[in-house]
Design a protein around this ligand. Structure first.
Ligand SMILES: Nc1ncnc2c1ncn2[C@@H]1O[C@H](COP(=O)(O)OP(=O)(O)OP(=O)(O)O)[C@@H](O)[C@H]1O
Ligand SMILES: [Mg+2]
Length: 83
């Protein structure tokens, strides 16, 4: 299949967010709850571990997007690859 034949909106490189982000609702709900706890002064620490291209960055980017939209919070994202 040539590159041009791939369906529009189907990405295989780089994180996906918004309409291109699929599922992971349970993980996102847990992380959103953790941020809401943070607002009450309760801290949680997470390490998101998974094999290559499993969707780690996508979850964090989608979390960031939802926090901005639903909670009015601005997340900060530091990518240490190449640092
Ligand atoms: N929730 C998702 N919905 C749809 N596609 C996804 C999702 N998560 C990952 N993908 C697919 O996997 C690809 C890689 O996602 P992502 O870059 O988030 O993975 P990663 O685990 O951060 O990768 P790396 O190990 O390179 O850091 C995306 O381009 C997309 O094609
Ligand atoms: Mg990544």
């Amino acid at each position: 299949m040539g590159y041009e034949a791939l369906p529009v909106g189907f990405f295989t490189a780089g994180p996906v967010v918004g309409e291109f982000f699929f599922d992971r609702e349970r993980e996102l709900a847990e992380l959103l709850d953790a941020v809401r706890d943070l607002k009450r002064g309760v801290r949680h620490y997470y390490a998101l571990i998974g094999q290559r291209k499993i969707g780690k960055t996508s979850i964090l980017r989608e979390l960031e997007r939802r926090l901005r939209r639903e909670e009015g919070l601005v997340g900060s994202f530091l990518d240490c690859v190449g640092v």
